[in-house]
Design a protein around this ligand. Structure first.
Ligand code: EPU
Length: 488
């Protein structure tokens, strides 16, 4: 009973079910299903490994999903924003760290983790495997000692592609894993062939069947030389984790150099992994037989959130102090914003940003790190809609990352696209209108445009934004924005 109550409390503090429903009653009622597997395992069907499969209707009650999807933002634009904002920990660094806890069955703690939908989804996934997860303020504690269920079900993977990050650690630690193949998403087809090929080169048998990747390895994975055709962030992270427990040396060539990859390598090194070259194109990992738990590791600040607030300062002609930033992580964005006329001063972990009377047009091309991040393209485009002159924006990472264009046009933007190139002719003013979010960063772009638009903008489907921005509307309100969340 006491144990159940503790788990219920844990569930409501984590708000795991808030992912699907804002109702606390439902959360408590459903808790036995979410409580670290034990109570709900018997309800599952036998799966491939003789483990258990998830019963769809329990995990995602469709009616409740609908309820959750109805939240909107109501923004009255045109205000000059000023004040100080504190950037949260990085979502895309926290997710691989959470997956890395599967490499060592023990109690782990990670600090500075943002309270976001994607973090809750990954928590749920770890709980599905049998881990215990608790989240207090920004501290995440994961006990992976009792992990026994090695399957990432479609029902969770389809809500968050980054679930693929559990494939490498489960396979390396337990010799098998079954992970639903992530499908395409709004921004592109996003294959995971490089993850799969890399693990195959490390000696795993990889079978794709029924929408699942089934990976098995007899004994430890073997070190291998892996070359990526294109640098992949989560692919590099998956192989980094797998190689840390492999036998022998793994070399990843054309590896992703993103700060989130380096953060993971730092955490793995604290756990006892032997990694050289993270942050460069060639990473060398000497496998070890065991890793130590991750203790009190602090996740890096979210560079994409910091860049988003820089664009907010730019478009509102604002004066914003952005705290908890590693400026080096967004040098490409800072350079482009300075070129557009913004004043940005870097001081340790703080950026002072001031927008000019009118922004000037500049061109950008998205590139892997340290190039201009694709995750800031929509926000930058929003800024360019009111710039003086014409801006050419070229998206080279994802084939369909212009979903925000049609919505920005509804606000009065003058944009034409041809394949991966968008031509943005700056207009003097935007005007409020109802618009719809299509993905996480597109939503951020719409918020930025709406903060400038005259009149009222209603942004539908802000659940996309909630995946990656912590308390966005509260942070903007503190800067003087007129923004409110309208509950669905
Ligand atoms: N690619 C392949 N094969 C693979 C993997 C990737 O062809 O096996 C291609 C992709 O199609 C894409 C390119 O490689 O054209 C780069 O994709 P990458 O694998 O690097 O993307 P990702 O790891 O799936 C992460 C971030 C994304 C971010 C991209 C690019 C996480 C959890 N996600 O995705 O973040 O856009 O890197 O920087 O780290 C976001 O936060 O909004 C977001 C989408």
């Amino acid at each position: 009973m006491a144990k159940n109550r503790a788990a219920d409390q844990q569930c409501s503090s984590l708000s795991l079910l808030h992912l699907f429903t804002p109702s606390p009653n439902y959360c408590t009622a459903a808790c036995p299903f979410l409580r670290a597997n034990q109570a709900f395992k018997p309800l599952f069907l036998k799966s491939f490994f003789g483990g258990y499969n998830i019963n769809k209707s329990i995990i995602i009650p469709a009616g409740l999903q609908k309820e959750f999807l109805m939240d909107k933002f109501l923004i009255r634009g045109g205000k000059r924003l000023s004040g100080t904002v504190f950037v949260s920990g990085a979502k895309n660094a926290s997710l691989p760290l959470m997956a890395a806890t599967l490499l060592c069955p023990s109690r782990h703690s990670i600090n500075g983790v943002p309270d976001l939908r994607d973090i809750r989804t990954m928590s749920m996934l770890l709980q599905t495997f049998g881990a215990e997860v608790s989240f207090n303020k920004d501290k995440l504690e994961i006990d992976s000692s009792n992990v026994s269920f090695l399957e990432a079900p479609y029902e969770l993977v389809k809500t968050m592609r980054a679930s693929i990050l559990v494939l490498g650690p489960l396979l390396a630690r337990y010799g098998r894993a079954r992970v639903s193949l992530p499908g395409g998403c709004a921004i592109g087809s996003r294959p995971v062939n490089l993850h799969i090929e890399g693990l195959r080169l490390m000696g795993a048998e990889m079978v794709l069947e029924g929408g699942y990747i089934t990976a098995t390895s007899s004994g430890r994975l073997k070190g291998a030389r892996i070359y990526f055709d294109v640098p992949t962030v989560t692919g590099t992270e998956n192989l980094l984790m797998a190689a840390s427990l492999a036998q022998g040396i793994t070399i990843i060539e054309n590896a992703a150099k993103e700060p989130e990859v380096v953060d993971l390598a730092n955490a793995l090194s604290m756990m006892g992994a032997r990694i050289k070259g993270a942050g460069t194109e060639i990473i060398e990992i000497e496998g070890v037989s065991d890793l130590k738990p991750l203790k009190e590791y602090r996740v890096i600040p979210d560079r994409i959130e910091a860049a988003t607030f820089l664009c907010v300062a730019g478009i509102t002609g604002g004066d914003i102090t952005i705290k908890n930033v590693i400026p080096e992580h967004i040098e490409s964005v800072i350079a482009k914003l300075k070129e557009s006329g913004m004043e940005i001063i870097e001081a340790n972990d703080t950026l002072y940003a001031r927008g000019p009377e009118r922004i000037k047009s500049v061109n950008i091309k998205t590139m892997p790190y340290p190039g201009f991040p694709t995750d800031v393209q929509a926000q930058f485009m929003a800024l360019m809609t009111v710039a003086e002159g014409t801006s050419i924006i070229r998206e080279t990472i994802f084939e369909n990352r212009f979903m925000h264009v049609g919505e920005l046009r509804r606000l009065g933007a003058d944009i034409i696209t041809e394949g991966p190139v968008a031509t943005v002719k700056g207009v003097k003013e935007l005007r409020g209108a109802p618009v719809m979010s299509s993905d996480l960063r597109a939503s951020a772009g719409l918020v930025i445009a709406a903060l400038r638009a005259k009149g009222e903008t209603v942004i539908d489907r802000v659940y996309h934004l909630d995946r990656g921005y912590e308390r966005m509307e509260l942070k903007l309100q503190a800067l003087g924005a007129e923004i409110e969340r309208v509950k669905g």
